[in-house]
Design a protein around this ligand. Sequence first.
Ligand code: NAD
Length: 362
Amino acid sequence: MQHTITLIPGDGIGLETSAATKRVVEASGADIVWEEVPAGEACLETYGTPLPEQTLEAVRRNKVAIKGPITTPVGTGFRSVNVALRKELDLYVCLRPVVSLPGAGGRYENVDLVIVRENSEDLYAGIEFEKGSAEAARLIELCKETGAGVIRPDSGISIKPISVTASERILRFGFEYALANGRAKVTAAHKANIMKYSDGLFLQVAREVAQRYEGRVEFEDRIIDAFCMNLVKDPSQFDVVVFPNLYGDIASDLAAGLIGGLGIAPGANIGDECAIFEPVHGSAPKHAGKNTANPTAQIISAAMMLEHIGERECAKRIREAVAEVYARGEHVTQDIRRATASEKPAASCTEFTQALIDCMTK
Ligand code: NAD
């Protein structure tokens, strides 16, 4: 069956990892028509925005997209296009399977857990007040008046909203995912001991949702700092882990570090209407344009995408080729050579991609 997929190549190493992904998906035998649309800083001049309406429209129309990373200016400039895409399309689930890949230099051999990160609120909601602004002053005054607390007048302020609505739907997704994928346990990670009205609410909803799955899926909760220590000590104790937005962001990179690095960590942003598949990593500017980036994370994201659209055989071909190329270890990129402390020469992004394609078409 033919599928039209939106392709957002991104920028930085995204241009290279997206080109590699496209080649690998085509070699898998999937019948894909790509609708390529832009996003990011390069759009500013032509469209006056880093996220043109035509890009959003293409994702809405095709329902499924694959995306390379997009650079976000730090501290100043436009807000994250990645966050805006998730918000505009209500992609409230960020799904990130963290699975060991033999040959990738992971710290453990059998990591197999799934990060489910809430994608629409928390400190990521982008509700912020600039230091010295009239709005910040009003908020500081309100906190003083209501006895909520004293905020220094030279503070910038970010708001952390956590709602029942968003917590309920992400937790339900976590439990449903566990059931559908034969997973035994859901862990909710939080800091409810300190942030009682935000993380405390998330935990309360988690416990309520867990009750509906009693006897079918086990449930536990962990305080986020203890969770991080336990994850590093023994990742096998976790199965599906549901996080509010910011902790999920940080835990994703932490977990990627356990399996060999960001170069092999895939992901998806999923809503009720559409889904965008993308690697966990960013645009890694220091590698951009050098043909040294590892495209594996985006390629496995594409395998997740193919599974999502029912092309399981094509996805399997890609996953098997990735496993084989890593197991052989002859054509892996520089990040993996470092993770495995190997002095053998590293493959370029295109050499690695060709090795995968050769594997699928031999
Ligand atoms: P990053 O993930 O881009 O890179 C961190 C480091 O990890 C790199 O310097 C590199 O050493 C390594 N790395 C990451 N991906 C790799 C790959 N595929 N192959 C080889 N090595 C890889 O994180 P950063 O440097 O904090 O962010 C760079 C930019 O990307 C920022 O503008 C950030 O906002 C953006 N970003 C975008 C997304 C997204 O598009 N979804 C996600 C995260 C960060």
